[in-house]
Design a protein around this ligand. Structure first.
Ligand SMILES: Cc1cc2nc3c(=O)[nH]c(=O)nc-3n(C[C@H](O)[C@H](O)[C@H](O)COP(=O)(O)O)c2cc1C
Length: 356
């Protein structure tokens, strides 16, 4: 390493680095219509009008989480978001929502340009409805074979989310998914997600062929997030190792893995499963009733943590990137920090390569 780069060499190096970053995520920026190809991953209860608009206003791309909202509620939330930003943002809909068709209809009628379909491979009908309505369709690809299928069926962009992420997770890390998928899909832009908290990491995936990134956990603790102060403080205090997937006790009763901060609720969930399995074995519950008992344990728990601040028994969904949350920052500061980290990493190469 040379001692310190001469000032005269540092500025051109930063300018070159900025230009290089623009080139690396140009496709993502064009697709999203924003300055930094950083999507705010939709988070139920958190990604409402304020956080979504704040991310878009700061040059990223906010995504509203529909979660279990009714079409009426979603319509109102979209209008409220549009009142807070004139920049593009997306809407994330869960494919198994019973009113998916109506949710797509109100989203398109409101003029939203990007629809993210999450929670499973979307039906042909849902894909057609989004595309016929003129919106761009973003889907989650959990493996190469599904990525290819989604591109064939009409996805305009893909998110590949590693199991470092917060919330519902698949089994594969982003490191591996990126190697499996990025070299083979060139047709559409791909956004990487899961465990990302610094610009250098985003840069590494851009250089592997990604067009942008999606972050959830860092934005959950942002100043503009409506999360209860207890929820944000839990994120600030937590280390990466505290964000663990939910544990399934008995293979007869599957548990969808959700990554979140360990707390009293996660301990009680194990005890609840053990007690439910005991009742099933004693003939007190049918298999279906026992499965429902287990599934209902977390009902309302994310809302309890996010809105009411119950960090003991609520669900503190968080990615391993929670270890990189060190304070409650405004969204604009988070985005600037990520961009500057990527630029600095690129600039250091230029500086080293520049002859004195
Ligand atoms: C609290 C929380 C709630 C989430 N809820 C959803 C959701 O409703 N729909 C969805 O598609 N993804 C959801 N996610 C995943 C995020 O959109 C995003 O992909 C993920 O947080 C990225 O990983 P990171 O948390 O390490 O940044 C959620 C994540 C968190 C942390």
């Amino acid at each position: 390493m040379p001692p310190e780069a001469p000032l005269s060499a540092a500025e051109p190096a930063r300018e070159a680095a900025r230009a290089q970053l623009e080139r690396l995520w140009a496709r993502g920026r064009d697709f999203l219509g924003c300055e930094a190809a950083i999507m705010g991953g939709a988070m139920s209860w958190l990604s409402e009008r304020n956080l979504t608009a704040a991310i878009s206003n700061a040059g990223g791309f906010g995504v509203l989480a529909c979660g279990s909202m009714t079409p009426d509620l979603l319509e109102r939330e979209i209008a409220a978001t549009q009142a807070l930003t004139d920049r593009p943002f997306g809407v994330n809909l869960i494919t198994m929502h019973p009113q998916l068709d109506d949710l797509i209809r109100v989203t398109l009628a409101a003029g939203v340009g990007h629809v993210v379909l999450a929670g499973g491979i979307p039906s042909g009908g849902a894909v057609r409805a989004v595309k016929d309505g003129g919106a761009k369709l973003v889907c989650f690809a959990p493996a190469l074979v599904l990525a290819k299928r989604l591109v064939r069926t009409g996805a305009d962009a893909l998110v590949i989310e590693g199991n470092e992420a917060g919330g519902h997770i698949g089994p594969v890390s982003l490191t591996v998914l990126a190697q499996e998928i990025l070299p083979h899909i060139r047709e559409v832009p791909i956004f990487v997600a899961g465990g990302l908290g610094r610009g250098e990491a985003i840069l590494a995936y851009l250089e592997m062929g990604a067009s942008g990134a999606q972050l959830g956990t860092r934005f959950a603790a942002a100043a503009e997030s409506i999360a209860h102060p207890n929820f944000k403080q839990a994120f600030v205090r937590a280390a990466a190792r505290d964000a663990i997937p939910s544990v399934q006790l008995d293979e007869r009763f599957p548990v969808i893995p959700v990554r979140g901060l360990a707390n009293d609720g996660t301990k009680r969930f194990l005890a609840h499963q053990a007690e439910t399995v005991r009742r099933y074995q004693a003939g007190e519950l049918t298999k279906e009733a026992a499965q429902l008992e287990i599934e209902h344990f977390w009902a309302g728990a994310l809302r309890r943590a996010v809105i009411e601040g119950d960090v003991e028994t609520g669900s503190l969904m968080a990615g391993q990137s929670v270890g990189l949350v060190t304070s409650v920052q405004p969204v604009a500061a988070i985005i600037t920090e990520l961009v500057e980290q990527a630029v600095a990493a690129l600039a250091s190469r230029h500086t080293i390569a520049t002859p004195l």
